[in-house]
Design a protein around this ligand. Structure first.
Ligand SMILES: Cc1cc2nc3c(=O)[nH]c(=O)nc-3n(C[C@H](O)[C@H](O)[C@H](O)COP(=O)(O)O)c2cc1C
Length: 190
């Protein structure tokens, strides 16, 4: 897989083979990719919590909110839920301005996961106070992103955008469609 193919394959996946477990070492390798990534003023204020055990995954899942555009879908069912999570925290003893560091870290982790045949979903819609309580996350750390990871079982395709409709949708075969704006629309000529 060349780099463009990796980026294309690195879609958001929301249904997984939950019986496929991910090892702690895999998550450590993925966080190492985040460690090597860019950081504003090189402050490196991010911290990471890693979870792979089924019982931990069950504690995290209720605090995550999935696919707001798929109104009739409440998120992955049991058997198709993530088998690991990386929670990205901001360490407020270093700074209270995390800028775009967590986005950069998340993308490095997701590209690394895709490269290993895994996939996942960056989740910013988090029931943060529930999650903080459930995992006993100290107030010192701001909860920035949850990365849900697993072995994807869904097909995701990119479509050209129609009628300016950016909402992703699922067809009758449960193929997930993601409309993307054209390159011509993105590149401005002033
Ligand atoms: C910062 C960020 C936050 C996101 N939060 C959520 C979320 O809370 N729940 C969810 O199901 N998807 C979430 N997503 C996934 C987006 O919906 C997804 O990236 C978008 O539909 C485009 O699909 P693609 O990643 O395959 O290109 C998030 C993505 C990003 C970048």
């Amino acid at each position: 897989m060349n780099f463009a193919e990796l980026v294309l394959k690195n879609r958001t996946y929301r249904r997984f083979d939950e019986s496929f477990r991910i090892g702690d070492q895999t998550l450590k390798e993925l966080v190492n990719l985040a460690r090597l990534s860019a950081s504003g003023a090189n402050r490196q204020p991010l911290k990471f919590l890693l979870y792979t055990k089924p019982e931990d995954c069950s504690r995290i899942f209720p605090s995550t909110i999935w696919a707001a555009y798929l109104k009739e879908w409440q998120g992955p069912e049991s058997g198709e839920r993530p088998s690991a999570y990386i929670i990205i925290l901001g360490d407020t003893s270093i700074t209270d301005q995390f800028g775009v560091d967590h986005g950069i870290a998340a993308q490095s982790i997701m590209l690394g996961a895709t490269n290993q045949g895994l996939g996942g979903c960056m989740i910013a819609s988090i029931r943060k106070e529930d999650l903080r309580k459930e995992l006993a996350i100290p107030q010192l750390y701001e909860i920035l992103l949850v990365l849900a990871l697993g072995k994807p079982v869904e097909k995701v395709v990119i479509d050209d955008i129609k009628n300016d409709d950016i909402k992703y949708w699922r067809d009758k075969d449960r193929v997930h469609h993601v409309p993307k704006r054209s390159l011509d629309e993105l590149i401005l000529k002033l």
